[in-house]
Write a protein that binds this ligand. Structure first.
Ligand code: S3P
Length: 174
């Protein structure tokens, strides 16, 4: 049975929607950032500031271990993971359904305005610089996210609608 892997930019709601899917399907939920924090006993902030490439290697290792598990689960990736070539290759080979949660630029900056202080790729910027940084990064990543099996726009999305879309694509497998 497949895992459902949620990808998309920072702030799009991968964790929130992942928890809701997990409750609906009654299968475990793993947030890769949280797994790294627990496993390494360090914050994502500290890891990235120290060395982003080391963080990416850790992220890859935790994702591989999650997708190799035989027990189906919902897995929320960190926003950059699916864009790392090695990680993408591993996910592509695995028995998973990948779902890209998309949003418009304005939704992205509205959401990030509230949570940017906890995002190490944005919270080092002064003033409004984070906005351009976020939009540039999002634009660069969009085509990479779009390689996912499904694309779901989260704007005006109800939970019922979200679950229905996933079930339509996935079949009633659980
Ligand atoms: C990152 C997104 C973050 C976290 C790290 C790097 C990124 O996760 O993994 O700060 O490169 O976009 P969220 O997407 O959950 O914010």
């Amino acid at each position: 049975m497949k895992h459902i892997v949620l990808t998309g930019f920072m702030g799009v709601g991968k964790t929130t929607l992942g928890k809701q899917l997990s409750a609906y399907f009654n299968i475990p939920f793993y947030d890769i950032d949280d797994e790294i924090i627990k496993g390494e006993r360090q914050s994502i902030q500290a890891l990235i500031i120290d060395s982003e490439s080391y963080f990416r290697a850790l992220e890859n290792a935790y994702i591989c271990s999650a997708i190799e598990s035989q027990k189906p689960s919902i897995i929320a990736l960190g926003g950059g993971a699916y864009c790392q070539p090695i990680t993408y290759k591993h996910i592509k080979k695995a028995n998973v359904l990948t779902v890209y949660l998309s949003m418009s630029d304005s939704e992205c900056t509205n959401r990030l305005d509230i949570i940017k202080s906890s995002r190490p790729l944005l919270n080092q910027m002064t003033g409004d610089q984070w906005k351009q940084q976020a939009l540039d990064l999002y634009q660069k990543r969009r085509p990479l996210y779009e390689r996912a099996d499904m694309i779901i726009d989260i704007e005006n999305l109800t939970l019922e609608n979200f679950i229905q879309r996933i079930e339509e694509c996935y079949g009633k497998i659980f």
